[in-house]
Write a protein that binds this ligand. Structure first.
Ligand SMILES: NC(=O)C1=CN([C@@H]2O[C@H](COP(=O)(O)OP(=O)(O)OC[C@H]3O[C@@H](n4cnc5c(N)ncnc54)[C@H](OP(=O)(O)O)[C@@H]3O)[C@@H](O)[C@H]2O)C=CC1
Ligand SMILES: O=C(O)[C@@H]1CCC=N1
Length: 338
């Protein structure tokens, strides 16, 4: 799939959107973007001078390298695997390189709709057929899956594969030791989030010390097609799970409440929903662009004795921030229990 690529000055400003089925990418330092997107091949590059921002911006098309041959296997194809697959396929990964297993026909039908090339319920066959195996079942279903793989797949075959777990709360060590000799099993943990479906993942990864840097590189490169993952220590993965994995649910709840508030004041429901969405999107975009402390941005909105400061004071008396901090804490606690 072709994409348009814009390069901008700062790495952190990189942003990927899909427009009319094409990927439009706003990227970092001119010249370095393709190093971060090694599976994209640039062509028709044109450098233009952005007089407003006083810097050169490159615009070009890019496509996935023809030699991308990694076979990706998903054990479990529910909400999260489905979102990752949607993002990968939109970024140009051929469905034929994607394998998935499910338990029910309904999930198999959903996987087919997404464009998954190979669908079955045979986890052993999936592991044997693929290079990178995503463990994408619920954490509560993971132990029996790992046991089944240990019992059914030849251990030397298991050791050749790269396992990527997206399960909340399960450590690399727990997974590796259930699959075989833990220092021979190659496991990375990735915590993605639902917006990976539209090429905008916010999340992180960590790996066991003995995982080969080349394996880490494979996963980082793959996810660079759908956004960017931070590298964190494993003991921070629960915080990332709460912030990034669960975060979209918190944001959707906030959106719902914002729209409800406006509807209560008489605004039409559809208009309220649309405005809530655009407002949060725009506020995030500005915060990302201006890179100011969130409180500085808030202060720009709060006119003295104006409407906003009355609203923010009401949020404080409703313990808004405490409630959010508590939500993150509860989500972390739950991840540790899983
Ligand atoms: N949802 C999210 O936003 C996020 C989820 N995660 C993590 O992703 C993982 C999956 O979560 P989510 O997608 O929400 O869950 P879902 O319940 O939507 O999906 C789980 C999938 O696993 C399949 N499954 C269960 N047992 C087996 C098995 N033995 N063999 C093959 N497939 C099996 C189910 O198939 P069937 O439907 O046929 O029973 C289903 O498709 C979890 O570990 C979660 O922690 C991480 C980040 C965000
Ligand atoms: O709710 C959950 O457990 C999963 C993990 C992060 C988001 N969803």
């Amino acid at each position: 799939m072709d994409c348009l690529l814009f390069e901008e000055k700062r790495e952190r400003e990189r942003d990927i959107n899909f427009v009319g089925g094409r990927m439009v990418l706003v990227a970092c330092f001119t010249g370095t973007a393709f190093r971060h997107l090694p599976w994209l091949v640039p062509h028709n590059r044109k450098d233009i001078f952005d007089s407003k921002k006083k810097r050169t911006v490159s615009i070009c098309s890019a496509r996935l390298q023809d030699n991308f041959t990694e076979r990706l296997g998903f054990i479990g194809c529910g909400h999260m695997a489905g979102a990752i697959i949607r993002g990968f396929i939109a970024a140009g990964i051929p469905g034929d390189l994607i394998h998935a297993t499910t338990r029910t026909q309904l999930s198999a039908d959903n996987a087919k709709q997404l464009g998954v090339g190979h669908i079955s319920s045979d986890n052993r066959h999936l592991v044997e057929s693929c290079d990178m195996i995503f463990l994408a079942v619920k954490p509560q279903s993971l132990d029996p899956v790992l046991r089944q793989l240990r019992e059914s797949v030849n251990s030397e075959v298991l050791y050749q594969k790269l396992f990527v777990s997206i399960a909340a709360g399960k450590t690399c060590e727990q997974i590796a030791s259930q699959l075989g000799e833990s220092n021979r099993v190659r496991v990375l943990r990735v915590m993605p989030n639902l917006p990976v479906a539209v090429g905008h993942v916010a999340g992180a990864y960590c790996a066991d010390r003995h995982v080969d840097p080349k394996d880490i590189d494979r996963v980082v490169k793959l996810f660079s097609l759908v956004g960017q993952l931070e590298q964190v220590d494993e003991n921070c993965m629960e915080a990332v799970t709460a912030l990034c994995g669960s975060g979209p649910a918190f944001v959707y709840m906030f959106l719902e409440a914002l729209a409800d508030g406006a509807v209560r004041q008489g605004l039409n429901r559809k208009v309220a929903n649309r405005l809530a969405l655009e407002m949060v999107y725009g506020a995030s975009k500005l915060a990302k662009k201006d890179d100011l402390h969130f409180a500085q941005l808030r202060n720009q909105v709060e006119s003295p004795a104006g409407t906003t400061v009355y609203g923010t004071a009401a949020l404080e008396s409703g313990h808004f921030r405490t409630a959010i901090i508590h939500a993150i804490q509860e989500a972390v606690q739950r991840a540790k229990q899983l």
